[in-house]
Design a protein. Structure first.
Length: 238
């Protein structure tokens, strides 16, 4: 698919991965609609895209709220959505079992249910389009997870990605490890010397954006999830 003049919607686009993906698809010529709950940083994302001579619309939206999602989809216009990137997500410092049910349930809503709901409500405008879901390597394997609810939600997102069958819509996903973002830099700076010495390398942000664009460009790719780990080539789950 060629994104030139087409509409791309990116959620969780205020900072980090979402901002980088939004800039990458805008550079491909997409008319980019960016969404996030952080209105200030979201406006900055739109400004950066416009500074490159591209078109961007910023929509303040909570993707766990159906009414906000409808507003977001309406902002995309009537011509259809060529690309939907479900990137909104995140974890909390208070996790199961210390977190109460409402708190950890909200994390599952943000990391799994929101992607399912945004995709569902966007389907009428997605015919012929592609969906890319952002999961995480936290969903893989049997190691201890700092946030069990985050890991479980991302595992569910991977399974959702690989099982969806909607005629005319391709659904794919990425499962990245630690990505080089300003937040990752702050996290590394807060580590002890010993922790920093044992910390894994970062994944370049360009690797993440390249995989998203690969899913866009190759019309044969659907129901695939690519794992990105530092120092390793991209690997498709099977």
């Amino acid at each position: 698919m060629d994104l030139t003049g087409r509409v791309a919607v990116v959620t969780g686009a205020a900072v980090g991965i979402g901002r980088a993906i939004a800039q990458a698809v805008a550079a491909e010529g997409a008319r980019t609609v960016v969404a996030d709950v952080d209105a200030t940083e979201l406006a900055r994302t739109a400004e950066l895209i416009r500074a490159d001579g591209r078109e961007a619309i910023a929509v303040g939206a909570d993707v766990t709220d159906a009414d906000d999602i409808v507003r977001l989809i309406d902002a995309a216009g009537d011509e259809g959505i060529a690309l939907l990137v479900n990137n909104a997500g995140g974890a909390s410092t208070v996790t199961w079992p210390e977190a109460d049910a409402d708190h950890w349930g909200a994390m599952i809503d943000l990391n799994l249910r929101s992607a399912m709901l945004v995709t569902q409500l966007a389907l009428p405008k997605l015919r012929g389009g592609v969906v890319v879901n952002t999961a995480s390597t936290a969903a893989l394997g049997f190691d201890e997870a700092a946030s069990p609810e985050y890991a479980a939600a991302k595992a569910g997102l991977i399974r959702f990605t690989t099982t969806v069958r909607v005629p005319g819509v391709r659904v794919n996903g990425i499962a990245p490890d630690w990505i080089h973002t300003p937040r990752a830099e702050r996290e590394k700076a807060a580590m002890t010397d010993a922790e920093r010495a044992n910390a894994a390398d970062w994944i370049p942000m360009s690797d993440v954006c390249d995989q998203v664009l690969r899913f866009v460009r190759d019309d044969a790719l659907t129901n695939q999830v690519v794992v990105l780990r530092p120092g390793e080539p991209p690997r498709t789950l099977s």
